[in-house]
Design a binder for this molecule. Structure first.
Ligand code: XIL
Length: 323
């Protein structure tokens, strides 16, 4: 890896994080992570399917490995995620009454948050619960269908009890779009008014090189600042595609330049709002490990700050060099 370029973490006035998802290959990727980032989010290793594949059988081998790596390199950890509709084993919902499901949730949340008490600074307690196309703004997941809003209330309550010092987040994507932003805003306001212990709002920010403009991200940060919640950018990446079907054999170099400008515009906004943003996390340390190489289809994508050879891209310079 390059050692003659500035560390990303030193170039920004907030904690800079990255997701990481392959504990078997930390190697040189681990060097890149530890050099440039002050926070690590296990990309899959703390999800329900990874931690409690069968009821009451908890597995923490990969989670522990990443949390230990982060801690020993002076990085914070973001815990991702306690309740989600995806990457959750079927047994969780199978035959569950509301009471049974909330009990399963309570056991799961208490076990994970207790295990990492003091080592995980922030948890995405619930992930992607908003659907702005529903009249009440709530996603029709099994969680919602079986418990209404109670799964959110239970997850936050139990997480707070298990580690009172961890910051508890509600995390979602597309929060830069006005309708989604408002649906999430209403939900957070309602739950906070009820006394649900939500500390912060996580903006995933899976973006692309054309859309949306940094100004819509700025409007979102300003909107949630009025709610007096912490905010974090939790899963930033900037796809070189603007649709779900195109695919390049080689990515046109001008797109990587354009992407560098997008990153710069975004980080201008983040720097301006550093008082509201505790951290900014990119969803992967280098293009070769990006989830966007398999989602929504298998294709060459290059959404991150470092390329396949772990060399700095224009995107990196857009972040590091604000001039
Ligand atoms: C992704 C992981 O990066 C992939 O490895 C996995 O196959 C699917 O999930 N929103 C989220 C993340 O909250 O958990 C997702 O992570 C990306 C979208």
């Amino acid at each position: 890896i390059q050692t003659d370029i500035p560390r990303v973490r030193d170039a920004v006035p907030f904690t800079m994080g990255s997701a990481f998802t392959r504990p078997d290959t930390l190697g040189v990727h681990g060097e890149l992570l530890a050099r440039h980032f002050g926070s690590l989010t296990p990309g899959n290793e703390l999800k329900w399917d990874a931690t409690e594949p069968r009821e009451g059988e908890f597995t923490f081998t990969d989670g522990d490995y990443l949390v230990d790596f982060a801690t020993s390199h002076g990085m914070q950890v973001r815990g991702h995620t306690l309740a989600w509709h995806s990457q959750t084993p079927d047994w969780v919902f199978a035959g569950a009454t509301k009471e049974v499901l909330l009990q399963r949730l309570e056991t799961h949340v208490r076990t994970l948050v207790t295990r990492y008490k003091g080592r995980i600074a922030a948890w995405d307690v619930v992930n992607e619960v908003v659907d702005e196309n529903q009249p009440d703004g709530l996603r029709r997941s099994p969680w919602y269908q079986i418990t209404g809003l109670d799964f959110i209330r239970t997850a936050f309550r139990v997480a707070r009890e298990a580690d009172p010092d961890a910051k508890l987040f509600i995390n979602d994507y597309n929060t830069e779009f006005p309708r989604k932003r408002e649906a999430l805003y209403s939900l957070v306001k309602r739950l906070k008014d009820e006394g649900v212990p939500i500390d912060g709002v996580g903006h995933q920010l899976h973006l692309n090189i054309e859309h949306p403009a940094a100004s819509s991200v700025e409007a979102t940060i300003e909107r949630f600042a009025t709610l007096e919640v912490d905010q974090q950018v939790t899963e930033l990446d900037v796809s070189v595609y603007t649709d779900f079907v195109s695919s390049y054999d080689t990515i046109p170099p001008e797109l990587l330049i354009q992407q560098g400008h997008r990153y710069k515009e975004l980080f201008d906004v983040f720097r301006r709002h550093a008082a509201d943003l505790g951290s900014v996390t990119v969803w992967g340390e280098s293009d070769d490990v990006s989830w966007l190489r398999t989602w929504p289809i298998a294709r060459l994508n290059a959404p991150l700050l470092f390329d396949d050879d772990l060399q700095a891209k224009p995107a990196y310079w857009g972040v590091v060099d604000p001039a």
